[in-house]
Design a binder for this molecule. Structure first.
Ligand SMILES: [Zn+2]
Ligand SMILES: [Zn+2]
Length: 337
């Protein structure tokens, strides 16, 4: 039997590198040879056991690679083509799928979240989920198409008004992608809050007009608050605090993924009295094409966000440690020696 190396989460807090069966492609599927797969906050949630995932699971949903084997009935693709992969797997038949809301699919699945993913040498995916990488895009950049696709979806939900003042909590890789989109999307002032000065320096480099190390002085500097306030941390204490900075008529977006059972308190009187809009943004919805273009044309850049590339062997130990606060995006390159 043909096998491959893969990182397997067997249950909460239990991840090991294993030799597992090679994923033979089913009808309509292709096997992608994984070249780069980004580590995401969601992977930590899956390891913690506070997400929607079944176990055992091979995680990894932000990836690029080459087409390696075609399943029955797959046309339009050739072995060796360079691709990024939309991890979303919608049933196509439920109420939400038939209402153009596949990300709300009642049988929602995603490669690397509920189906085996790309922290492995190979992964089987539906052929219709493949997107060709432009010639000028390397695999490392290709691994950013998925997270950027989530940013595109968030931006469409947000519907930013030209000239809005935007406050963003969290200068991690997602926050820094979103920051670039917000600046290019018409923010007249983009302010970023984080607890790490090196991340704030990167935020300024990527277009933030002002940064704050924590929230001290923020209210004094912006007494009328912001038109848009976004959480890109997923940390309940940060989320609860962000409402203080929302101005009248503000849009408040929960972009970061908080633990499933977390609760925060917010004043319903303020929501009413200040005309607030509170928005969620669930992953992505057919936003891969714009994400590929944004990267291809340098509208959004990914290279400054990668702080490390590690091998598959190093990955289980890396994910088991508390996240190194110096790291932004860490890429797993399965064929790296
Ligand atoms: Zn992700
Ligand atoms: Zn569905």
């Amino acid at each position: 039997m043909k096998t491959m190396r893969a990182a397997v989460i067997e249950g909460p807090h239990k991840i090991t590198l294993q030799e597992v069966p090679y994923p033979t492609p089913g009808p309509g599927q292709v096997v992608v040879k994984v070249e780069a797969c980004g580590i995401c906050g969601t992977d930590y949630h899956i390891l913690e056991g506070d997400f929607l995932s079944p176990y055992p699971l091979i995680p990894g949903h932000e990836f690029s690679g080459t087409v390696y084997e075609l399943g029955e009935g797959v046309e339009n693709w050739q072995v060796g083509e360079r691709v990024a992969v939309d991890p979303s797997v919608y049933c196509g038949e439920c109420y939400y799928c038939l209402s153009n809301q596949g990300n709300m699919c009642q049988k929602w699945n995603a490669v690397g979240v509920t189906l085996n993913g790309a922290f492995a040498e190979y992964v089987a995916v539906p052929a219709k989920n493949l997107y060709r990488l432009p010639e000028n895009m390397n695999f490392q950049q290709g691994a950013f198409v998925e997270p950027l696709s989530c940013v595109v979806y968030a931006m469409r939900r947000l519907n930013i008004r030209f000239g809005d003042k935007v406050l963003l909590f969290g200068a991690g890789p997602m926050g820094l992608l979103l920051l670039q989109a917000v600046v290019k999307g018409g923010a007249s002032e983009a302010v970023v809050v984080d607890l790490a000065e090196d991340k704030l320096a990167k935020a300024r480099q990527l277009g933030a007009h002002k940064t704050f190390l924590g929230t001290a002085g923020l209210q004094e500097a912006y007494p009328l608050g912001f038109d848009i306030v976004i959480d890109a941390t997923g940390v309940p204490a940060v989320i609860e605090n962000m409402f203080r900075f929302a101005g009248n008529r503000a849009k408040i977006m929960q972009f970061g993924c908080a633990p499933k059972d977390a609760k925060v308190s917010v004043s319903p009187f303020d929501i009413y009295n200040k005309d607030w809009e509170i928005l969620g943004t669930m992953a992505l919805l057919f936003t891969f094409h714009p994400a590929v273009n944004l990267l291809k044309n340098g509208v959004v850049v990914a290279d400054p966000l990668t702080t490390r590339e590690i091998s598959l062997d190093e990955f289980p130990a890396y994910l088991s440690q508390p996240k190194d606060s110096k790291d932004l995006k860490v890429l797993v390159c399965p064929w790296k020696k």
